[in-house]
Design a protein. Sequence first.
Length: 998
Amino acid sequence: MMKWNQLLRKEFTEIIKSKKILIPIIAVLFVPILYAGMFLWAFWDPYKQLDDLPVAVVNLDKGAVFDGKPIEVGKGLVDNLKDNTSFKWEFVSEKEAKKGIEGRKYYMLVRIPDDFSSNATTLLKDDPKPLNLEYIPNESLNFLSSQIGGTAIEKIKGEVSSTLTKTYAEKMFDSIQDVSKGLADGAEGASKLHDGSSELHDGSSKVTDGLHTLQGKSGEMKDGVGKLSDGSGKVTAGLNTLNSKTGEMQIGIGKLVDGSGKVTDGLHVLNSNAGIGKLVDGSGKVTDGLHALNSNAGIGKLVDGSGKVTDGLNTLNSKTSEMQTGIGKLVDGSGKVTAGLNMLNSKTGELRDGSEKVTGGLNKLVSKSGELKTGTTDLSNGMEKLVEGQSQLEKGSQEIQKGLQDLNSNVQKSVAGLEEMQSKVPSILNTVNEKIDGAGANVNQLNELTQSTAGDAKNAAQEVANLQKQIESLPKEYQEQLQPFITSAVKSTATVQQKAVGVAGGTNKLNEEVKQSIGEIHQTTNGLQNKLPNPAGVKTLAGGVEKLTNAQNEFVSKFHAFGEGLDNAKIGADKLKDGSVQLIDGVTQLQSGSGKVTAGLGQLSAGVNQLADGSSQVTGGLGTLSAGANQMAGGVNQLADGSSQVTGGLGTLSVGVTKLADGSSQVTGGLGTLSVGVTKLADGSNQVTGGLGTLSVGAGQMSGGITQLANGSGQVTTGLGALSTGSTQLIDGVNKLADGSGKVTDGLVKVNDGSGELAEKLGEGAEKTGEVKGTDKTYDMFASPVKVKTEKMAEVPNYGTGFTPYFLSLGLFVGALLLSIVYPLRDTVGVPKSGFSWFISKFGVLLSVGIIQAIVADIILLFGLGVEVQSIPYFILFSIVTSLAFIALIQCLVTAFGDAGRFIAIITLIIQLTTSAGTFPLELIPKFLQPFNAWLPMTYSVSGLKAVVSSGDFNFMWQNIGILMIFIVVLSLGTIASLTWMHKRQFRNIAENQSVEA
């Protein structure tokens, strides 16, 4: 059995030795280029030879007349075709053309009908007719030629349409120039109307300005009189209110004076020796007594005596032998204790009485302190309200002062204005009458001019409307081109007509109103002079106002001084209020200390009682001791207990006395603070009383001044009322005159604006339409407004280049199919060792032939036909991979199925030709066939070759190479499987025999 390399070498040796195999294989090497080369050569660039394609042209057009000029559209088309080399144009009669079509001489017929030019002149008529260019292809002779001819006819149609549109554009621009001239004439008339209305408006404005001057002066006078009257009324009302409140203020000040005196007297009594002085003396005595009680002469002696008793008892208890001596000492000590306790007990009553008197006095003082606080608070609040009232009164008097000053100034201005008005009104009224008469004449003339302009605008709008109707009769594509221009003209003329009609109506109405207003103005001006007020009365009024102003200034100055005194009184009241608070705090502290003294005296009395009890027990014990020695031990014990109780009571007594001394000291200090506070209160009360006296005197003076001011203000108000009545009559007359003149001026403003806008719009319309001028470039733009700009992506120069991927794939597949016929794929020249060795021996030959036939085809396409690719190495590489993929497919089918495999390969080729998207896009083939596209290798060979030849997308090329390699591997595995199965069937006996021989 032979290995794969031996078997492959023997395959090539047999091919070279056998001419029956070698010659067919060599021929198969050129099959791909025969297929691809012949197809590409034949269809390389068929459009270059269109001038050899015969087309018959028949011109039956009779011509026509348009705007007095003859036109022959058919003849012009024939002349253009003679210079056109798209086809082989043959200009023949209709009879010859029919004969040539029937005899298959002409591929198509182009016929120009007899009404071709006549229909071209119907554009501006009510029923325009299209131009029909007849195209008759002979599709039975060649279908593709008819499709190419249809494209050419569309191009011819576009050229004819462009020529006609150019003619229509020339006519339209001529009409626009006519409209522009009419609009210019209308604008000139409107300008004249505008100039006339401007002159009329200027005259009316002068009249109105004079009336407004008069109206402004009279208005100023009325405003001044009104302000005078209002200010005088406010002054009178304020003075009356102020006068009514002065009585209440005096009563309140009297009450404040009385209350302040009482407070002062009470404070002096409180601060005298009968009040706080007695409290201070009593508190000092209490404090001294307590200190004496707590010294060595009092409680100190008791403590010492108690200590001696205790020591004696202890000695007695320890030394019974000295009992008699001790008892004697005890009797002496007990006597002293009893005497001291009796003396102390008699003094505690006096202490309690003094403490109770102090407490009673303090309680009474605390009960009265509330009234003191209320009185001082009321006094402070009353002073605060009084200060606020004085501030408001002072502010009101200052406002009255300012109002009187303004009143005086306005009266002086009114006098000057009235004098000026009396001197100027007659001349102004005469000028008004003259201007009004002239304005009436100008308005009448303006009315006639606007009526004429409205008629001209209507005629211009009618002409534009007629032109629009003519354009609407054109074909749709021409309407779309002309519509923006005619729409602008229609809008302009419609606006001009609308404004002209509005101006004419306004001037007509204005003329009627002016006539009516002239009569009213004359009547008003004649009676206006009699209504002017007399300046003499106003001068008298000015003198009275000036006197009133001086009196008010003096009052404000005095009232301000009164306010300063009132501020000082309020400061004293505030001090009095603060002093009363300090006084109440001191009394409260005294009351608290007195309570502590009383409590300490209670404790002192209890301690003394305990001491008395102890002393009685000591005395009883000593009697018992003297009576019987047998009871000595018990008596000594009782004495020891009693002595301990005495010692404890003395300790309690010492603590109580100490607390009493502290409380008494606090009482004494509080009384000192109280005395200082009462002194301050007395001083503040004296200041308040003095300030209130000054306030009472100033209030009396203020009341008299306010009465005088109120009387003078009433007289001023009466005089201003009379002046206001006269100024109102004057203003009514001036207002009527100004209203009439204002109406005239407003009407003239409308006329002036309307005529100005009319002239402006007509001028704009004339300017815009005048700017629309036709040139050859403009006509060409109308005829061909859209140009197509083609920007190719991955340009393919001709049909040959575009079909190279498809035809090269087809040639390589056919070459692989023919190779399977001339070269046996299943027979072997020796006994292969395995199915894989068998596959290598066959695939090695096929691989060599596939590479060679791909290279041969590429060289002839590149350098023979001149196919242009993006990369020659990649082009050759991809061709080799494609060839091997097809060889692997056919080897697999033929090895597995024999001749039936070749039939399957042909069916596969047919399906690939329709689904590989080499000609029409995949989306244009039947839906049933589209799914096969992804499962056949030619799809990827065509896509990859397109990337190498046209787009240059080498990443996409490598993707397709990868897919083709998958096909090669999978199909090769299929071939190996088939050969392995065949090897087991054919060479199994040989393998067994060789193993037996071995």
